[in-house]
Design a protein. Structure first.
Length: 84
């Protein structure tokens, strides 16, 4: 699973994960990387070991929030029209 880690101008990291011909991109904070890998986030231009990239990719997929359009919203009670 090829994984690319890029530091963005806003300080977040983009983690691009290619799997099955599809690329997913996750935006993560430095703290997420530090907690996931148990080490400090890499400095710009530094490389992570392949096993670290794989671990980070799995953590991103596990923690990902689906796109809003993929979510299904429901109400436990039927909705009632607003009285006018």
């Amino acid at each position: 699973m090829p994984t690319l880690l890029t530091l963005m101008p806003d300080g977040l990291y983009a983690v691009a994960v290619e799997e099955g011909g599809k690329t997913s991109t996750f935006m993560v904070a430095r703290e997420f990387i530090e907690q996931t890998l148990g080490v400090g986030a890499p400095e710009p231009g530094a490389a992570l070991a392949p096993e670290q990239l794989d671990k980070l990719a799995r953590a991103c997929r596990d923690a990902a929030v689906p796109l809003a359009e993929d979510l299904v919203f429901f109400s436990p009670e039927p909705t009632k029209p607003n009285p006018k």
